[in-house]
Design a binder for this molecule. Sequence first.
Ligand SMILES: Cc1cc2nc3c(=O)[nH]c(=O)nc-3n(C[C@H](O)[C@H](O)[C@H](O)COP(=O)(O)O)c2cc1C
Length: 235
Amino acid sequence: MPCVVEATKRHRSIRAYSGPVEEEHVNLIIEAARRAPTAWNLMPVSIQAVTDPSLLEKLGDAVGGQEHVRKAPLFLVFSIDYAKVVEASKASGVEPAEPGLGHVVAALVDAGIMVGWAGLAAEDLGYGVAFIAVYGNPCRVAEILGLPPLVVPVVGLAIGKPGEDPAPRPRQPLDSMLGLNGYGKSPEEKAQGVQAVYGQRAQRLFSIVTSREGYLAKLSSQILECLRSRGFKAP
Ligand SMILES: Cc1cc2nc3c(=O)[nH]c(=O)nc-3n(C[C@H](O)[C@H](O)[C@H](O)COP(=O)(O)O)c2cc1C
């Protein structure tokens, strides 16, 4: 089996760390992110590498009090970054449009691929990683890191030597995800596979995440407000 597929099979989020990331490995992990493809090769993403304990403490608070962020030996923050792209456009003699939803979606996908490549590289080097939803409180994270307008943090990656050894967590069955030349099974049929992943935890999980008062419902207004305040054209 190709080694990258093997690497994905070994993945499980690690939320306790027993040691730091060696400096040469920090560079390799970031290089893996830097090599990721981006739409138009525009690279509208910036990465902040955070090791300062006082910043980590603040970042851990900003993402809802996550101890594994506070204690991470290395925390990479991936931001969509049109500040540098807009400046480059102006310097090239092209008056840029005010960045809007299209810009955000394009850069978000790029940042997602980048963080994934960084995560895989880190795991391949023997580290444990946890992806972190920075998009829940992006403006506070931007403030902590002193990021300029048109830069919005979206996802983080906590990295360190593994301090725990959890079993790989289950995934949806293939036919709840894959459709060959079309959607595949109906949403109702796929839902059975989705629910089966969580078992008795399904009701609790969905009430926290997908209910009318849940995490995702609250997210939209927070993200739109942050985008507007950082210079994006958002409804
Ligand atoms: C975009 C994204 C955001 C996430 N945010 C968090 C987070 O804020 N805190 C956390 O502990 N785990 C977070 N996770 C990790 C997921 O909870 C985890 O990947 C999922 O439960 C599956 O577990 P596994 O990674 O061990 O397979 C995030 C994962 C992704 C991809």
